[in-house]
Ligand binder design. Structure first.
Ligand SMILES: C[S@@+](CC[C@H](N)C(=O)[O-])C[C@H]1O[C@@H](n2cnc3c(N)ncnc32)[C@H](O)[C@@H]1O
Length: 277
């Protein structure tokens, strides 16, 4: 597991990220001028369909202001800030990448949300929280970095209250061999894709019951086509986060989706009282 965590940390190392973000954001105004989560939406949502996908997932999970939400694999914190701003909930994000967590904290100070949104550097496989503390857990475009899915979903179940909701929005295999490099892995050895059906089986065996089950592939393909799949990047601003080679990684994701090698799954589960084996 440590070797795999090291590979993920290396992939998302993003040295000097906070400084790059400061420079990129200087066009929006001086450092002491507050920013809104929506203003950051073009560079802080590290998944297909960006802010729109986060907004839809929050709606499907029926997140309200009274809820405490955990965002697992929170990246640079865009989904966490957006949920706090639009739903009024408290959000904690955890991510394996220390530089992503540093950038997430910086951006959250810039939006003035540090009292409502916080971040910790930690592994999704060993969440640093007591049992049953969260109403909702979010997992967006993270599972394909994780080989031990049973442990991932068991950890998510452990930190959720009984009856709490687990909302996932992830890349799945459609059966074909994907073209690499991809935004989450430069090679097959560090990419752990499951089909949608296999994903559902592992999640349900971890103590969950499906409430929402949607194939989001066509929406992702429409988004990529609209942005211009032949262009350099589906999400131009993510180059600030991942560096100039992100253009190639993102274009490959687009190609794999359009060629039917990969798909996108949206699902919401309810935590049942008894976990499976
Ligand atoms: C593609 S990004 C998605 C970030 C965020 N969920 C979003 O949608 O904006 C994948 C994130 O998962 C994190 N990650 C991958 N494996 C992880 C693990 N085992 N534990 C915690 N975070 C992990 C990475 O560091 C990265 O920030």
């Amino acid at each position: 597991m440590t070797d795999l965590n090291d590979a993920v940390r290396e992939h998302y190392r993003a040295g000097g990220l906070t400084e790059r973000l400061k420079t990129a954001l200087s066009v929006l105004g001086p450092e002491d001028q507050p920013l809104t989560p929506q203003q950051l939406g073009a560079l802080d949502q590290f998944h297909t369909r960006g802010l729109a996908a986060t907004a839809e997932l929050a709606k499907l999970a029926a997140i309200t202001a009274a809820m405490s939400v955990l965002d697992v694999g929170s990246g640079i914190g865009g989904p966490a800030r957006f949920l706090a701003a639009t739903c009024g909930c408290r959000v904690v994000g955890v991510d394996l990448s220390a530089s992503f967590v540093d950038a997430a904290r910086y951006l959250t100070e810039r939006t003035g949300q540090s009292g409502q949104v916080s971040f910790r550097t930690a592994s999704a496989l060993e969440l640093p929280f007591d049992d049953g503390g969260f109403d909702v857990v979010l997992l967006q475009h993270v599972a394909m970095n994780i080989s031990n899915r049973a442990q991932l979903y068991r950890e998510i179940r452990r930190v959720l209250k009984s009856g709490g909701r687990f909302a996932t929005f992830d890349v799945v295999s459609k059966g074909g061999t994907p073209r690499y490099p991809l935004p989450w892995a430069r090679m097959e050895a560090t990419s752990f894709l499951l089909t949608a059906a296999a994903t559902r089986a592992v999640i349900e065996a971890s103590g969950f019951r499906a409430l929402v089950w949607q194939d989001d592939t066509e929406s992702a393909k429409a988004w990529i086509t609209q942005l211009g799949a032949s262009g350099p990047l589906p999400s131009p601003n993510l180059g600030v986060v991942m560096g100039p080679e992100f253009a190639e990684l993102a274009a490959n994701l687009g190609r794999n989706l359009l060629e039917g090698r990969l798909g996108i799954l949206t699902a919401v589960f309810e935590a049942t009282s008894a976990a499976g084996c």
